[in-house]
Design a protein around this ligand. Structure first.
Ligand SMILES: Nc1ncnc2c1ncn2[C@@H]1O[C@H](COP(=O)(O)OP(=O)(O)OP(=O)(O)O)[C@@H](O)[C@H]1O
Length: 647
């Protein structure tokens, strides 16, 4: 007879058991307030700019070390909302353990009485009781297991949503410094592994503890002397688990890192397949994957060997315990204090007592392995967003934005960067004005766009919209009123309609079509067999680079924000496509404050003001003609582009 107990152990406990992983605490760290530089006009203290934060974990693959208990404590709060279900699951676990203990006692009764007496009449009552207990055990087992799986999956969903939401708030440099594949692995494998610690782990512990207690009491009740012999050797299980847990923890860590590395290599190789094929780097890429796969295999095999070794050691300890009991039983029989039937019944009973004891040891190992996943998630969750919304109630009330953009003595250094990227940058763009920012590569032009859309806060000075520092308004408000058209055309994996409509969710069809017409995109979209329903994706082959850019312009048209930030709008497309983009761009810019960051000076004569950046400083300001006449950096830049530009 083998009763199946709910949450009977790490191998088959409630909730699906997945690969060992590790949990990690979360809880967002609030960016620290830094002293307010210079006078901020009429703003209360809550508006102190937040520190850019380094948004940087301790370094890839160097996750902070956590004890299992710390990891558990960090993730336990995520069970809020499901705790009553956890209590119900534990009640089922305890009821199942009780039913199992009762079944074992009935078994012993049956073997001791009915079988020994060879009497059918002594069989019926315990048999009926046993059946009733088995049905009850099956009922609570089913209920508890179903509930445990549901609760465990809800936990995984919630944790993944929290980590995902946190990751989306992290600054650009976090993604530059972390391999995408490794982040994907943390959001999938590592998130799932934490469930083993928090939900399944907690339930399995309750199950193993109660089963051990019930069986132990029953064992003492049956034969206290034999039970004592059994428990004298029980600490050996604990010693074995302790001996193995350190090694298993470190192997699990290696395995998780190797998992992340494999996903990264595959993701990077597929993303770079053109480079691989064009430069015939197939062998190099295969070797790269082979190296990571080799590391994963070594960690995986070592982990499996350790587990197997532990299992076998536990078997030997169990045999030792059984032999001790049989030895003592034989002596008792020889003294006439016990029958052979009683001894056999007790030996059979040990078959039920040891699994929960063994599971307790195994649980420790599972938790150690899961802690490795927790550490990797902790690394992500401890990374601080570079910016955050103003504290609740402290944000300036929404207003009708006119579009005055002001940089006032702005200085900035990237977190971890060794020098200032911007220093003392000041300029104002009034509503509807077109300001063009140019300069050599690396001068800090794109950094201006990152500050203007508040991916970072300046270390010195202020960036203001209509006189209000950006950090004093909710991020959502800012980004609704300042539209960024970045250098890389951003495309969603969706229909063209959705790609345009995401500029203003809820826009009517005629508004989407009008935006596409204004962006000179309607004709090529309408010519596609599926028109606006054509599905596109980043780097899609269905549309050219210039066409994708016009889809992005249509999206910005629909957004209809008073301020527009264009970062190299004609980069990445050929001269013909660039010319096609210019007219829709002019339409988009018309009536909006536009900050255009570019090397391409074709639109420079249209600009109300041109700023020339050099090593993070504004070195020249003026109109196209004024700067040409000045004969300085701008004139040189213009000349280096062939001097054939308009003007
Ligand atoms: N995440 C980052 N961490 C550290 N330094 C950075 C980071 N991003 C950019 N920088 C540095 O800041 C400087 C300015 O970069 P930025 O991208 O603003 O220049 P840019 O003028 O737009 O150049 P380009 O015309 O080539 O795009 C460069 O030296 C760059 O290396």
């Amino acid at each position: 007879m083998q009763l199946r107990t709910l949450g009977s152990g790490p191998a088959d406990g409630p909730g699906r058991h997945r690969r060992p992983g590790r949990p990690r605490p979360y809880g967002r760290h609030q960016p620290k307030a830094t002293p307010q530089p210079k006078a901020a006009p009429h703003l209360p203290d809550e508006y102190l700019p937040v520190d850019a934060g380094d948004g940087e974990p301790s370094g890839e693959g160097v996750a902070p070390r956590l004890a299992a208990r710390q990891a558990f404590r960090r993730f336990w709060p995520l069970t809020r909302g499901d705790r009553r279900w956890l209590v119900l699951i534990c009640a089922c676990v305890i009821a199942a353990a009780l039913a199992e203990t009762a079944a074992v006692l009935l078994f012993s009764d049956l073997t001791d009485n009915a079988l020994r007496q060879g009497s059918l009449s002594a069989f019926w009552v315990p048999a009926a009781q046993w059946l009733a207990v088995a049905v009850l055990g099956a009922g609570v087992g089913y209920m508890g297991n179903s509930l445990a799986v549901w609760t465990a999956e809800r936990f995984v969903l919630r944790l993944r949503a929290r980590v995902f939401a946190h990751v989306q708030d992290l600054p650009p440099h976090f993604f530059q410094r972390h391999r995408q594949g490794d982040l994907v692995e943390r959001l999938t494998g590592d998130v799932e592994s934490i469930e083993q610690m928090v939900v399944s782990g907690a339930v399995s512990t309750v199950s193993a503890v109660f089963s051990t207690v019930f069986f132990s009491v029953a064992a003492f009740w049956l034969r206290w002397d034999l039970a004592l012999a059994t428990f004298v050797l029980a600490p050996l299980f604990w010693l074995a688990a302790r001996r193995f847990s350190g090694r298993i923890g470190s192997v699990a860590r290696d395995e998780r890192v190797a998992d992340g590395a494999i996903t990264s290599v595959v993701e990077e190789s597929l993303g770079n397949v053109v480079l691989t094929q064009a430069y015939h780097r197939k062998d190099a890429e295969e070797r790269r994957l082979g190296r990571e796969a080799g590391a994963w295999m070594r960690a995986s095999v070592t982990g499996a060997r350790m587990s197997e070794l532990y299992e076998q050691l536990v078997e030997v300890i169990e045999t030792l315990c059984v032999l001790a009991v049989i030895g003592l039983g034989a002596w008792e029989i020889s003294q006439g204090r016990m029958t052979i039937g009683q001894l056999l019944a007790f030996a059979a009973f040990l078959g039920y007592l040891y699994p929960p004891i063994r599971n307790l040891g195994q649980l420790g190992l599972t938790l150690t392995a899961a802690t490795a996943g927790a550490e990797r998630l902790a690394e992500i969750l401890d990374a601080e967003p570079a910016v955050s919304d103003p504290p609740p109630g402290a944000a300036v009330a929404p207003w009708r934005v006119h579009g005055t953009v002001e940089f006032d003595g702005v200085g900035f250094r990237y977190p971890g960067g060794d020098r200032r990227t911007l220093a003392g940058v000041s300029f104002t763009a009034r509503p509807g004005e077109f300001v063009l920012i140019t300069g050599a590569s690396g001068a800090g032009k794109s950094t201006v766009s990152k500050l203007l859309t508040r991916f970072y806060d300046p270390a010195e000075g202020f960036v203001r919209l209509d006189g209000v520092p950006l950090y004093a308004m909710p991020l959502g408000f800012l980004r609704t009123h300042v539209t960024l058209l970045p250098q890389e055309t951003l495309i969603l994996r969706d229909t063209i309609r959705e790609n345009i409509a995401c500029g203003r969710p809820g826009a009517a069809e005629h508004e989407i079509v009008r935006a596409a017409r204004d962006a000179a995109a309607h004709d090529f979209i309408a010519a596609l067999p599926e028109g606006y329903d054509t599905r596109i994706a980043p780097h899609t082959a269905r549309l050219s680079g210039g066409q994708l850019q016009r889809v992005a312009i249509a999206r910005a048209m629909l957004r209809d924000a008073p301020v527009l930030v264009l970062d190299e709008p004609t980069t990445g497309v050929d001269a013909l496509a660039a010319r096609r983009v210019v007219r829709p761009l002019r339409r988009l810019m018309s009536g909006r404050t536009t900050i255009m960051i570019t090397h391409d000076l074709n639109l420079a004569p249209d600009a109300d003001r041109i700023l020339v950046l050099d090593h993070g400083r504004v070195v020249e300001t003026g109109t196209h003609h004024e700067l040409l006449a000045l004969g300085g950096t701008y004139a040189r830049l213009h000349g280096s582009l062939g001097g054939s530009l308009t003007g």
